[in-house]
Design a protein around this ligand. Structure first.
Ligand code: PLP
Length: 285
């Protein structure tokens, strides 16, 4: 696999990062994941815009322009012959040559930028989308700026393991009784045909797929309500689903052992997945 590191395209075995990189020592960095379908990038402008916002919130500058970033994405997709898969991008606050809590001077410590592809044939035709997924609920004990897409992913990673141990696919995180989001996706329920999802705030990541799906739902005359919902309300919903760049719209059929509807993906989730895949392919670049 050919990867990109600080201006160079290299075989992955030749890529090198300093042990003093603040991404490695302090999770001081941000990332984006963009999916690739038919060899093209899905929702790229949304991911680029969110990246700029994440960087700005952490007082970091991008080492490349957004146009260059698009060119790097395309180059990697092409060199690695990705038809279906993902492009992972990470920018960290560089390697100051020692460990210190204070941010280094950006004029002497340039940020580190890394991109790599993940080949995932069949990404759009996922079996999980046909059967639906099972989630458990766990307490949300992450930090308070979940709107910044940082590489600080230990708790979501632990949540995923708790779900696996329970024989489930993922965990929905709950704060004060209300669902925030999944470990790596935004969470939705459907009741009486109405799509309900938590409103945007610093409590959750502002999903790029979420924005697209809510816009498409409104265009399809589906009713959408952005409000907090409790985990108890979720267990009584007609259906549930999640959205993310890597799994698109994913139906949820069980929460904490409680089966939703008849235990198969709901009509709203299935329709949204179809519309999203169709529309995002049209605007893929
Ligand atoms: N919420 C969290 C915590 C995530 O990690 C992600 C994706 O990685 C999402 C939501 C979904 O965001 P997007 O649709 O931009 O992939």
């Amino acid at each position: 696999r050919i990867v990109y590191v600080n201006g160079d395209y290299l075989p992955e075995e030749e890529a090198k990062i300093s042990i003093f990189d603040r991404g490695f020592l302090m999770s001081d960095g941000v990332y984006e994941v963009t999916s690739v379908l038919n060899g093209k990038l899905i929702d790229f402008p949304g991911h680029a815009t969110r990246l700029e916002r994440s960087l700005g919130e952490l007082d970091m500058a991008s080492p490349v322009s957004m146009d260059e970033l698009l060119a790097i994405h395309r180059e990697l997709v092409s060199r690695n012959e990705i038809e279906e898969g993902l492009v992972y991008l990470q920018i960290t606050r560089g390697a100051p040559g020692d460990r210190d809590f204070a941010f280094p001077d950006p004029s002497t410590t340039p940020s580190t930028i890394v991109l790599f592809t993940q080949n995932k044939p069949g990404l759009a035709d996922s079996p999980a989308a046909k059967t639906g997924t099972k989630v458990i609920s766990i307490e949300d004990i992450r930090w308070g700026r979940r709107d910044i897409k940082t590489v600080q992913l230990l708790y979501p990673s632990m949540g995923k393991m708790m779900a696996k141990k329970a024989g489930c696919d993922d965990a929905w995180m709950v704060e004060d009784g209300f669902v925030t989001e999944g470990t790596s996706n935004n969470a939705y329920i459907v009741k009486g045909g109405k799509i309900i999802t938590r409103e945007l705030s610093t409590d959750i990541l502002h999903g790029i797929t979420r924005a697209a799906v809510l816009r498409l739902a409104a265009e399809a005359q589906m009713e959408v309500e952005e409000r907090n919902f409790t985990i108890d309300e979720a267990k009584q919903a007609d259906e549930a689903f999640t959205t993310s760049a890597s799994a698109f719209v994913m139906p949820v059929v069980e929460i904490d052992g409680v089966t939703l509807g008849n235990g198969t993906p709901g009509t709203v989730a299935r329709r949204l997945r179809e519309i999203y895949l169709e529309e995002s392919l049209k605007t893929a670049i």
